[in-house]
Design a protein. Structure first.
Length: 450
């Protein structure tokens, strides 16, 4: 019986010009001296000639490096509103001193000389022009962020001052020179480098860029991704019926790819039609094509023959991982790749994290996440020869494996914080396991199915 949400798979699925390129490369995968991609094939290859599946760690390495041979990507100027999640392709240099004038750090009074002080009638507010200078013995009400009058000694905080019957201001604490004044250029001077090439644009980076006078930043463009959903049996709405099932990957993949830094340009449902698939592959201008289903050797699995027909280079053709064994990565053009995901939902997630995430990270020049491990709260059965990816929730310093982790299931991954990487042979209770975070893990959704 086909799992709800996606097409059936073959039985094997369930069996045992950027000048800153060098600088950007520093924030990608660490360099190693390992050999090149797994043996590749082009047109004319027969099914029985396929090379052996690639080990899971090696497949991720190949995917991370695959995009580097496709030429340099031209930086783009992006408005601050659209720059979140991109990577800087030029240093962020200060366009002005910060602050650009002496400002008050607190609400209170700007005072000159020793007290008590006579209080000027009109106060000083933020956003107003330069106020008149102060004379010794004079004070003026001032708001946080307002310009400091010339010859000001310090700012006396509101809570540290009192007025007498004659209206004169007295300090209740000793006032030191420069107190609660942010001097011009305290944070930076015009021309100072604030952030280097390769910095990921976070909300804080956007705030700094705006404060430094930027309306746009120069960044590496988002990789463009086109999603091709294959399968005649897929419904886009309503309940499964008459041998048809709901498409789960069509709704799931685009937001997941966007969370990985991609721009999803199209989601197309093609059915099981070799001619339509061939036309879609040859017409696509995306940096990455992602297909769902059709990667095995069934009667309507057209991905391999279609790639062979266009002369694609297979970089990864099968991975030693469960679920998701029949995933693939191919170079379809000099500057274009295809990731073929299995049709079963959790198997497709496995392919997404194994092949699409490292490739998109390289294309977008995003920094590689720091690897980390947690101990497993219970033993996890492994595959005799392949890596297993198992949904887990994080509870303190432990990773709790979730049930509903079969290739056709989404219930486990929907509740998960991460995927645990279980080596061949399995893992014992308390054993440390590498974890792959999910993009929404910080959202704090605490649903657990164990």
């Amino acid at each position: 019986m086909t799992a709800p949400g996606i097409r059936a798979q073959a039985p094997a699925e369930d069996s045992d010009d950027l000048d800153v390129e060098e600088a950007l490369a520093l924030v990608r995968e660490p360099k190693d001296d390992s050999s090149g991609p797994a043996p590749s094939s082009t047109g004319g290859r027969h099914r029985h000639e396929r090379h052996k599946a690639t080990p899971w760690p090696r497949a991720r390495e190949i995917a991370a490096r695959a995009a580097r041979s496709g030429g340099r990507r031209t930086p783009v100027s992006v408005s601050l509103a659209d720059a979140l999640g991109l990577v800087l392709a030029a240093p962020l240099d200060a366009l002005t001193d910060l602050p650009s004038f002496d400002t008050s750090a607190m609400d209170g009074w700007a005072v000159a000389g020793p007290g008590p002080w006579e209080i000027r009638d009109e106060g000083v507010l933020a956003g107003h022009a330069q106020p008149e200078p102060l004379t010794d013995g004079e004070a003026v009400r001032i708001a946080t962020g307002a310009r400091i009058p010339a010859d000001t000694t310090a700012v006396l905080r509101t809570e540290h001052g009192r007025t007498d019957a004659q209206g004169r201001l007295h300090g209740t604490r000793e006032v030191s020179h420069g107190q609660d004044i942010r001097p011009r250029g305290q944070e930076c001077r015009s021309g100072d480098q604030l952030l280097p090439i390769g910095t990921l644009v976070t909300p804080a980076v956007l705030g700094l860029a705006a404060a430094a006078g930027y309306d746009t930043v120069t960044a590496v463009p988002r990789p463009r991704v086109e999603v091709l959903v294959l399968g005649d049996e897929l419904l886009t709405e309503g309940l499964p019926q008459d041998g048809l099932i709901r498409d789960a990957l069509g709704p799931m993949l685009p937001p997941w790819l966007r969370a990985m830094g991609a721009e999803v340009t199209a989601v197309r449902r093609l059915g099981d039609d070799a001619k339509v698939l061939h036309k879609a592959l040859t017409a696509s201008g995306a940096d990455l094509i992602v297909t769902t289903g059709g990667t095995a050797a069934g009667p309507v699995d057209h991905v391999h023959p279609s790639l062979e027909r266009i002369g694609a280079e297979f970089l990864v053709d099968g991975v030693k991982v469960r679920p998701g064994h029949p995933m693939l990565l191919a170079r379809t053009k000099e500057n274009q790749h295809l990731v073929g995901l299995p049709g079963n939902p959790l198997a497709a997630v496995s392919g997404l994290l194994t092949l699409a995430e490292p490739l998109l990270r390289t294309l977008g020049a995003r920094p590689a996440p720091e690897p980390y491990t947690l101990s497993l709260s219970e033993a996890v059965q492994g595959h005799p020869h392949d890596t297993r990816l198992v949904p887990v929730v994080l509870r303190g310093d432990r990773a709790v494996p979730l049930h509903y982790n079969g290739p056709a299931m989404l219930r486990g991954i929907a509740a998960a914080d991460a995927l645990a990487v279980v080596p061949p042979g399995g893992a014992r209770q308390g054993e440390e396991a590498e974890l792959l975070d999910l993009p929404w893990a910080a959202a704090g959704i605490g649903v657990c199915f164990t």
